[in-house]
Design a protein around this ligand. Structure first.
Ligand code: NAP
Length: 249
């Protein structure tokens, strides 16, 4: 049986699952779940891949008060990163980060995702996984070709069975994300795709904390448009994202 996340324990698993089944409109989230997600001061986040995107987003979430465990293939790098960030940052192996996080950020080269899926196995079951990883053929080879044919979101779901995947943070450069919160005058949207309403709500909160307005473009199958080189790539206003997404359906 899938392990209960702390978020589920705090809100009640039944309510959490009902929320997931309820459809994609965030407005249908039960009040208790909405309150828990919005008001809980601190989430436990496991970062799988603490490179440019993982360290940038994880660093922002540490500053926002979350407990973040960073992981990669280089524990010394992650220990130094956690020490530099202070707060509630820590370092561990990818299995430790996956066990620690009620929410996971997947930020590895797509070529690593099949191995990551095998390494983490049961640990991702029932977890909210924010999937920033992109299949780039020139970098990731065959697995990227396969994933692009299948659609990036659906492919990630196959490689991480049981995870509640939300695609987000895919096609804006990490350096722009690092400073997004310092540009409060601009309303920039973050396109997201997912099938699980409760997971989308958690990811939306994390997107807001990075400085973007979450814009759900549709189910996980729409995740195929969330990667560099598509009409949704780059920074766009929420209205523009909705307009472009509607033309893709
Ligand atoms: N860079 C961007 O602006 C950006 C923006 C949006 C999305 N993305 C996507 O996010 C993903 C990461 O990009 P990045 O630029 O952050 O890459 P990166 O700087 O190369 O970082 C990749 C991270 O993944 C780790 N890793 C690799 N294989 C692993 C494994 N088997 N298990 C655990 N960790 C593993 C690496 O660890 P080691 O360093 O120890 O090898 C490193 O920490 C890519 O899919 C990319 O397309 C990137």
């Amino acid at each position: 049986m899938a392990m209960k996340t702390n978020l589920e324990k705090r809100t009640g698993r039944r309510e959490f699952l009902q929320a997931g089944a309820a459809g994609l409109a965030l407005g249908v989230l039960p009040q208790g779940l909405r309150t828990a997600i919005a008001a809980d001061p601190s989430l436990k986040i496991g970062v799988i891949g603490s490179g440019r995107i993982g360290s940038t987003l994880g660093g922002i979430w540490v500053k926002a008060g979350h407990e973040v465990m960073f992981s990669s293939l280089d524990i010394e790098h992650d220990k130094a990163l956690a020490a530099r960030l202070g707060g509630k940052a820590r370092a561990g192996t990818s299995r430790e980060a996956a066990a620690f996080g009620e929410v996971l950020l997947m930020a590895v080269p797509y070529a690593a995702l099949p191995q990551v899926g095998k390494d983490l196995g049961e640990l991702v079951k029932g977890k909210v996984v924010v999937d920033a990883s992109n299949p780039i053929v020139a970098r990731d080879g065959e697995v990227a070709t396969w994933a692009r044919e299948k659609g990036a979101g659906v492919a990630s779901a196959e490689l991480l069975p049981g995870a509640r995947i939300v695609r987000a943070f895919n096609a804006i450069g990490f350096s722009r994300m690092a400073e997004a919160a310092q540009r409060p005058g601009e309303r920039i949207g973050m396109p997201m795709a997912g099938d699980d309403v409760a997971a989308i709500a958690v990811a939306s909160r994390l997107v807001r904390e990075v400085g973007y307005e979450p814009v759900l473009i549709g189910p996980l199958a729409m995740g195929k448009y969330l990667m560099p080189g598509t009409p949704l790539a780059g920074e766009n206003t929420p209205d523009k994202i909705r307009q472009v997404a509607a033309s893709l359906k």
